[in-house]
Design a protein around this ligand. Sequence first.
Ligand code: C2E
Ligand code: MG
Ligand code: MG
Length: 716
Amino acid sequence: MISNEELLQDLQVHQIELEMQNEELRAAHSALEESRTRYLSLYEFAPVGYLTLSREALIIEINLTGATLLGMERHQLINHHFSTLVASKDSDRWHLFLQHLLNNNNEHDFELELYRGDHSPFDAQLNCRLNTNNNQSPTIGVTLTDITQRKRIELVLHIISSAFEAHGPMVICNADKIILQANKSFIEATGYAPDEIIGKHIRILKSNYHDEAFYTDLWQTVNQTGTWQGEVWDKHKSGEVNPKLLTISAVKNSINVTTHYVGSFIDIADQKLAEEKIKHLAFYDSLTQLPNRCLLQERLKYSIDMAQRENKPLALLMLDLDRFKAVNDSLGHMAGDELLQQVAARMTARLRNVDMVSRLGGDEFIVLLDDIAHPDDAARVAEEIISDLSKSFNLSQSDDVRIGASIGISLYPQHGSSPETLLDHADAALYQAKDLGRGCFSYFSEVLTRAAQERIALEVRLRRAIEQEELLMLYQPQIDIKTGQIIGAEAFVYWQDLLGGLIPPLGFIPIAEESHLIVEIGEWVLRETCNQAKQWLDCGLLPITMAVNVSPHQFRRSDISALVENILQETGLPAGLLELEITESGLMENSDLALDILNNLRHQGIRLAIDDFGKGYSSLARLKYFPVDVLKIDKSFIEKIPFNKDDMEIASTIVAMAHNLGFKVLAEGVETREQLDFLREKGCDAYQGYIKNRPLSASDFAELLAKEQALKNAEP
Ligand code: C2E
Ligand code: MG
Ligand code: MG
């Protein structure tokens, strides 16, 4: 039997146990409560929305964040159809997605546009999971995130990356200049594949074109100013070096530390090529590809500086082709051009690389000899060039063309120390070389300068002489070799200079030709002579021809036929009494034009004579096409009769051939009986010369003519 005491004790123990159990239960309960509250607040205030949807997409449950995101009260949303919140553009996709989820029992992400309670749209991301709980109908657990912000950033990034690709060549490097990204254009322009270039240092593109200082300077500028722009020659993968216009910008973070560099460039190879071409046009002669005057002047300046510094002489050779005009005029400009090109090639081949050949235009060339050891070296080179150029040229039209060259030389420092004086003095020396008879060279000297100065002074005086009527005409009789009668007069212009006395034509006609004064003088001469001839007629003298010299220059440049026509009309002299004397070279220089002019003159009834025949570029064969009356054998052939057999042979051949072509022949400069007898024997038609008369004044001539005509009349 259990005593009461024992029972009580038992009960007390139980009670204590129960109380202890109770206490545990209470503690467990409060812990549960606490965790539930924690869970609830987690659930309600989580940064994403939680929804539970029925399989028909009715909202069964939604947390506070979810309701806030959707902009509605929770009670409005419960039992609301989620599909009504989906933007209509995404509605079809949403239904397909839902179907797929239910069928495949999967967890899926889905992005779509949703409407809030106030109908404003926002971009949302859903993470959906199918809950299949025992036998209950499945539900869908959804987490809902607002991704409007992310979408906007994605869009901006997309735009930026499209722009990056659409832009010309562009590259992004980190602060260590390692390439992070390069667009397609950049890849194409540099020739590297993306994996060959991404991760590499930007110096992979560097060529040896620039020195280290260039790059140091470049990066210093980028880092200091944030940007650099300029021309850079980079190396293509193939090794080719190309010019680019490069812009580099530094990208800085919020505390102004450079984090990246962005480089972009445009290819300027074509532009460079065009610049080169323009430069070439500006500095090179397009026909011969030789440097032109501009480049010569630059180079000459530089060479003089160098010569000065190193105390060395240099030489300037000015070259002019002999007989080039005759070739140009007889064979045409194409042949002339071809000849100039061959001349350029021959000269270039002859010279050292350091020497410069340039063309000043026309048939004038300049050779700059840098660094010569002795002034005589220049003469040696000049001799070689002259000899090279005197050899026959082979042109497409004619395979044996011969010209020559004259060269004037000036030396630094003897003859000047500026480009201008050296050029001027070489020019003066060239003038002298031509005077010496062409095909030779001449150095500049003080004597030459003086001569040049005198020429200029003479030109000034001559100009005044025309205005002050200091010119006068002298006349030399032309005589029929058979009858001995005066048949004509050749008129020579003299200058009665107050300082220099009576100056013969050769003392001023060449200067008049150079300075174009000849046109004015020629006009005066024609008017004066025609007037004179008409006066003689009017005095009752029998008609004779008046032979007037016309210079080639005057013949070419002025409208000679119109002038003659006017003067004949003015003076009333019959055209048939006027004979114009033109030298062969005057005709050959532009033979087509000359032929036109001659035909026109011939039409007017004027007689034509070829003066100084045999002296120049003689070609009887070509003369036959010209309407010529008289051929005048140059006095140099007559001079040596009877001592020079060759000249005599030539003189008699000229007479025979001229007759064959239907021309009369007149010998000029006849001084001796032997000469006259020889010419008479060879059938020459007429002569003039000191044997009969020196040139006479108009009154002396008239007196002589009157006397002779009276004598003739007195003959039985
Ligand atoms: P040209 O027409 O061939 O004239 C012949 C030259 O020989 C003239 O020299 C004449 O005086 C000279 N002469 C005449 N007979 C003899 C002689 O027996 N022996 C020698 N040794 N010489 C003789 P000039 O007067 O000094 O004329 C030289 C050249 O000047 C002329 O050569 C002609 O080309 C040119 N000239 C003369 N007058 C005029 C003119 O009015 N207009 C133009 N454009 N030229 C002229
Ligand atoms: Mg003459
Ligand atoms: Mg003559």
